[in-house]
Ligand binder design. Structure first.
Ligand SMILES: [Zn+2]
Length: 62
């Protein structure tokens, strides 16, 4: 006969494979940082735009 604390621990451990609580498996960051390389059409100078965490990146001609 197990004592009460041991019984409670055994019941707790039964759920998630010897671990009392569910293990959190989600990534901390969902969206990747995107850094578009912008090139000047006149002199050909390249420059990286400021990077942001976005789901979808869309470039538009101004
Ligand atoms: Zn230029």
């Amino acid at each position: 006969m197990l004592n009460h604390g041991r019984r409670r621990l055994e019941r707790k451990k039964s759920g998630y494979g010897s671990f009392p609580k569910e293990i959190f498996h989600k990534n901390a960051k969902i969206n990747k940082k995107s850094t578009p390389l912008l090139e000047c059409t006149e002199c050909g100078k390249k420059q990286y735009a400021k990077s942001y965490r976005v789901k979808r990146l869309e470039l538009q001609e101004v």
